[in-house]
Design a protein around this ligand. Sequence first.
Ligand SMILES: Cc1cc2nc3c(=O)[nH]c(=O)nc-3n(C[C@H](O)[C@H](O)[C@H](O)COP(=O)(O)O)c2cc1C
Length: 181
Amino acid sequence: MAKNILVLTGSPRKGGNTDKLADAFTAGARQAGHLVTRYATADKDIKGCSDCKACQANAGVCVISDDFSTLAPLVEQADLVAFVTPLYWFSFPAQLKAAIDRCYSLFLGNRPLKDKECVLIAGCGDSEAAFAGMVKSYQLIAEFLNWRDRGMVLVPELHDKDAVLKTAGLQKAETLGKNIL
Ligand SMILES: Cc1cc2nc3c(=O)[nH]c(=O)nc-3n(C[C@H](O)[C@H](O)[C@H](O)COP(=O)(O)O)c2cc1C
């Protein structure tokens, strides 16, 4: 059955490793017949959560006026969320983290979220050990929200924006997309 897949990207570098990994995953998922929506958090104005809790009394709708209003319905409608991102300081880049933080409104406002799956596709400059914190955060977020992890592609040693072309990362990301049932 075709799924609604939301590809949430985290890099501000246009055409870099993250964009290429997102392209490969998207191509695989589309070949498998899924509907893919891309959302580049770095191109959007999404502020951090202010913990005002207004969403609690507002049917889970965040009262901060910015681009999160365009992301919230996509998260709600997605069957699978793909986090595709570079590693920044052993974690998610601020642009993607702000978007994740703002999803607190959906949770706090008890919005009935569809059952979801998720994947993590990430690149970094250092060795694979550098991903430990991000992977743990991803796993804890998925566990907390009851989203089923459908796999990870972690690509180390990416510095230049084309570095991923010399790795097996794109093939792995495409295969991950293709194998979504
Ligand atoms: C602000 C910043 C922080 C970074 N922090 C890390 C890090 O903690 N560990 C690491 O291995 N690479 C780190 N990197 C390197 C990026 O993860 C790497 O260059 C990645 O391939 C960039 O992806 P992109 O081409 O999609 O922008 C950092 C890069 C930047 C710009």
